[in-house]
Each structure stands twice: as structure tokens, then as C-alpha cells.
Write a protein that binds this ligand. Structure first.
Ligand code: NAD
Ligand code: ZN
Length: 370
């Protein structure tokens, strides 16, 4: 299967955009950008590129080169890699840079990096001069399949992740599969957890494709990676198209495994488990919960565990967390998605389909930690 050169459309009326997925297409950044902006080749273009210290060489430099080649004026600002950069301080420094760059309403903000850079630069674009055009060039697997699609942007507050944010859709997303080559193994595998999630929540056939392509997944076979990125983007786009602003409840299905995962991340101290690793363990717990409630078979649980294991993802709750069931429950009750103490979970009724289930007793929830 070859999905290089794919375009996935996100249909959101006047906010519609394309996701261009290919190998080596970073060289086309300038041309694509002008197409997305409907801007003739001889018109001036100012680009404000935000990246991080791990992505600057070679990826952000390649973007800069491609933009400069089409006559754009480019400023690259590099922030420290890591979640700590999703802060008010970093955002404030970026506003200063935009002022210094003499940015105007036509300046385009380009995020090149993982989800941290996408969220930070996206929020910058959402808020500066009441909104600048924004382009995502995701460089982690997680950002390619999840955070760069859907328009959620934001930064962290010391008291909570993503507490300050806005919906701001990009004008386009450019995914160059070649950029995955420099990604550390742990980060790559972490992204695979979200890919597997799409299979469980929406697409049984895709789940089977993943089961049948373990070697390609583990070797980062370009055709396999291009296919999983394209299919994941399509599935996320379908959900976002139906529930852009998270009002109908449909978008919540993307949180499969995440109620457990958020508790593991918070208690493990952000950073001990990567997000995808926590989601992997969270999906195992949620599938056990679905089994306990008689919604799925033992075989459906086993298939998820085996697939996650096969791509080197953790599937067991760390012992330090298993011994803290009360803390885990408290974290879940404090979760902003929990309403008046009713623990809600996204649970499968088969591979490829999930539903939101409320009124689950806390004993069952903690029983599924092991
Ligand atoms: N907006 C959304 O819808 C959404 C969805 C999911 C997650 N998120 C956010 O995304 C963030 C996590 O994203 P992430 O996992 O991409 O983390 P990240 O941005 O921190 O990237 C992970 C690490 O990989 C490095 N890196 C990135 N690309 C690289 C490359 N090609 N080669 C080598 N190193 C590279 C980064 O410097 C960083 O050290 C969180 O802040 C989360 O809240 C947002
Ligand atoms: Zn996630």
C-alpha cells in the first residue's frame, strides 16, 4: 500500500484545510503555503517559524530554505525542547519577537515540531492581532496523527495542563514522513499508541492492518508509516468535522484510554511516562473495564494487549501506581471531563466501535489496574 502523496481534507466550512502527506515535500513548503493562502508568487510573504532545539537542525532549517527560495521573509525562533515551553513566559517572549519582526495581519505563523510547538505556536497565532494564519508542520508521530489536526491550541497553567487555550484551525498541515527518521524510538512508539487507539475506537479494518504490519511498524517502513499517518488523519478529521468545538460529545471518543492515562501521567509526575505510554496502559485498563462490564470478549482485550506489546509499548500499570488506587480515583474525579462525580469512560463494545459509559462504580475502575 502506498499513501505517499496523499491529501486528507478537513471539511469545516470556511475553516476547511488540507493535510498534505508525502516524503520530501518539505522542499515544497513555500509553494504549498502560497496555494493555501491564495497568494501569487510575486506577492510578499512574511513567515514566523516556531521550532524547538531538537528540531531546528535539520528540519526547521529545511523549512526556512524552502520558504526563502520562494521569496518569503522568514524569522525562525527556537524554544527549548519540552513541555515546560508551553508556558505564559515563553508565549510572552514570542509576542515580543512578533512585534520585533513587525508582524502584521498577513504574517503567517508556522509551527515545526511536536505537539508542544504546535500547541504553543497555534495559541500564539490564535491570539496575536486577533488571529494570524497558522500552518502546522508536525515532526513527531504523535503530532502527525493527533495534535496537528483539529485546531486545539494552548499552553499550560502551573495548576493544570492545557488550561489556557483556543480553537484555531490551521490553513494547512504539511507532513513530511522523512522527518520521522530522526525521532527517538520511545517518541515514535508513543505516537503508535494513538494510532492503535483510532483502530479500536473507529476502524476494525485498520486495527487488523496494524496487526498484520508489525515488522513495518517497528522498522518505520515509509509506506506503512505513510498509510498509518494518512488513515489516522482521516479518522481524526471525521471526528473533528462532526464536533469541531467539542460540544456534541463525539470528540470525546478520542479520549479512549485517556481517563486512566491522565491519572498515571499526573501521579507519575509529568515526564515519567510519555503520553502515548500512559495511553497504552490506559487502553489496557479501559478494555479490562469493558470486559468486566460484559461489553467485549477476552479475545478483544487480548488483541489490544498483544498489538501494543508488539510495538514495544508498556501494558502494565507501574507497581508504584498500582499501590495508589485512591490517588488514581481522586485524579479521575478531578479530571475536567468528570461531571459531578460521575466517572465516565469511553469503552469499546467491539474492536472498531466505542461508546461513552457513565455511572461506573469506583471499585470496578480500580479493579482494572491489574
Ligand atoms: N492540540 C491537540 O489536539 C493535542 C493532542 C495531543 C497532544 N497535544 C499536546 O502535544 C504535546 C505532546 O506532543 P509530542 O509528543 O509531539 O511532544 P514534543 O513536542 O515534546 O516532542 C517530543 C520530543 O521529540 C522531539 N522531536 C520532535 N520532532 C523530532 C524529530 N523529528 N526528530 C527528533 N526529535 C524530535 C522534541 O524536541 C521533544 O523532545 C503535549 O503538550 C500535549 O498536550 C495536543
Ligand atoms: Zn492522547
Amino acid at each position: 500500500m502506498n499513501d505517499s502523496g496523499q491529501i486528507v481534507s478537513v471539511e469545516l466550512g470556511s475553516r476547511s484545510y488540507s493535510i498534505s502527506i508525502d516524503t520530501g515535500n518539505v522542499a515544497q513548503t513555500g509553494v504549498l503555503l502560497r496555494t493555501w493562502l491564495n497568494l501569487a508568487a510575486d506577492r510578499p510573504l512574511k513567515c514566523f517559524v516556531v521550532t524547538d532545539t531538537n528540531v531546528l537542525h535539520p528540519h526547521a532549517n529545511a523549512v526556512k530554505k524552502a520558504l526563502t527560495a520562494t521569496g518569503a521573509e522568514v524569522r525562525v525562533v527556537c524554544v527549548k525542547a519540552g513541555e515546560d515551553s508551553k508556558s505564559l513566559k515563553e508565549l510572552s517572549d514570542l509576542y515580543d519577537e512578533l512585534v520585533d519582526f513587525k508582524a502584521d495581519r498577513k504574517t503567517v505563523v508556522i509551527a515545526i515540531g511536536g505537539g508542544v510547538i504546535g500547541d504553543l505556536a497555534g495559541f500564539l497565532a490564535a491570539t496575536y492581532a486577533r488571529g494570524l494564519s497558522f500552518v502546522q508542520i508536525p515532526t513527531t508521530l504523535l503530532a502527525m496523527v493527533d495534535s496537528s489536526v483539529g485546531g486545539k491550541t494552548g499552553i499550560n497553567h502551573p495548576k493544570g495542563k492545557n488550561l489556557i487555550g483556543a480553537f484555531h484551525q490551521p490553513v494547512g498541515v504539511l507532513i513530511d514522513i522523512d522527518m520521522i527518521a530522526t525521532l527517538p524510538d520511545r517518541e515514535y512508539c508513543s505516537g503508535l499508541a494513538e494510532v492503535i487507539k483510532y483502530g479500536v475506537i473507529m476502524d476494525a479494518e485498520f486495527f487488523s492492518y496494524l496487526e498484520n504490519n508489525i515488522v513495518g511498524l517497528n522498522n518505520r517502513d515509509p509506506d506503512v508509516v505513510a498509510h498509518i499517518v494518512a488513515r489516522s488523519c482521516q479518522l481524526k478529521a471525521e471526528v473533528v468535522q462532526e464536533d469541531e468545538f467539542e460540544t456534541t460529545g463525539l470528540r470525546a471518543i478520542l479520549n479512549y484510554g485517556h481517563t486512566y492515562a491522565h491519572a498515571f501521567e499526573a501521579l507519575g509526575g509529568y515526564g515519567a511516562l510519555l503520553h502515548g505510554e500512559a495511553v497504552s496502559i490506559g487502553m489496557v485498563c479501559a478494555s479490562r473495564l469493558a470486559r468486566k462490564l460484559g461489553r467485549i470478549t477476552d479475545e478483544d482485550v487480548k488483541r489490544q494487549i498483544e498489538l501494543l506489546r508488539a510495538v514495544q509499548l508498556p501494558v502494565d500499570v507501574p507497581e508504584t501506581l498500582q499501590n495508589r488506587p485512591d490517588d488514581i480515583l481522586n485524579c479521575m474525579l478531578l479530571d475536567k471531563k468528570t461531571v459531578s462525580g460521575d466517572l465516565k469512560f469511553i469503552l469499546p463494545d467491539r474492536i472498531g466501535h466505542v461508546e461513552t459509559i457513565g455511572g461506573i462504580d469506583s471499585q470496578s475502575v480500580v479493579a482494572c489496574l491489574s
